[in-house]
Design a binder for this molecule. Structure first.
Ligand code: MN
Length: 241
């Protein structure tokens, strides 16, 4: 059987004028049996349509802050570099993916983007806007845990991993503030921040605030998230083939 094709949203480096990729995103998909393909940065609706016809799932990668204008807030000084191009591209991709019920996995910026795109808001900077003693922006190495999350009883991650608490790495300065109405929480950090969400009325729309792609080889649970995602993508492919 052909492997499921998973469109991976490109990382953007404005200084180097490049689109690039971290190996962990690709390896997570490869090791789970999928076929990752890095997408071009584009807002061309014809290309977006063809991407949506060609892939079995979408990975929304980490990256720049989501533009506050995107979720209807004024930009604060503590907000860092944004990528309006990625906001617009991912908005088109996500709308199409949801319409087709394609599986979507969001990581870091991915959870923030998903929440913003579906009507939620974000903390533009955790240190400035959310009182906590928890380190959410750890120093390297990134494959070791920085804090724990509590997995919501009966939520998809809890069902997948079978544990109530999960140690995770943490490399983010923004987080979900107001949860988007179509989303439900599936993981919460010790200090109450939303770290995992899913969309109950879709086959597989999951997002996490931590980085399973960094801890792929040090933490078996990270690989299992990619496996669940690729398996969902294969389910759709089996129906079409
Ligand atoms: Mn965190």
């Amino acid at each position: 059987m052909k492997k499921s094709v998973i469109g991976v949203v490109p990382l953007v480096d404005y200084e180097k004028e490049s689109w690039w990729m971290l190996p962990g995103y690709m390896e997570g998909i490869l090791e789970a049996g999928g076929f990752p393909v890095m997408l071009p940065l584009t807002e061309n609706s014809g290309v977006i349509d063809q991407i949506l016809e060609s892939v079995d799932g979408l990975l929304l990668t980490g990256g720049q802050d989501v533009s506050p204008e995107f979720y209807g807030e004024e930009r604060l000084d503590c907000c860092k570099e944004c990528s309006p191009e990625r906001d617009r591209m991912e908005d088109l991709l996500l709308k199409g993916a949801l319409q087709k019920d394609l599986p979507v996995l969001g990581i870091c910026r991915g959870i923030q983007f998903l929440n913003a795109a579906l009507g939620g808001t974000l903390y533009q900077d955790i240190p400035g806007q959310y009182e906590t003693g928890v380190t959410h922006c750890q120093r390297p190495p990134y494959d070791v845990p920085a804090h724990e999350v509590e997995l919501t009883e009966g939520g998809p991650l809890h069902r997948l991993l079978g544990c109530g608490r999960l140690p995770v790495n943490s490399y983010h300065h923004q987080a979900v503030k107001k949860l988007a109405p179509p989303l439900k929480v599936m993981a919460v950090s010790e200090d109450g921040l939303t770290e995992g969400v899913y969309m109950p009325d879709r086959r597989f729309v999951w997002a996490v605030q931590w980085h399973p792609e960094f801890s792929l080889h040090s933490d078996p649970c990270s690989g299992r998230i990619f496996q669940a995602f690729v398996q969902a993508c294969s389910g759709g492919r089996a129906k079409r083939d």
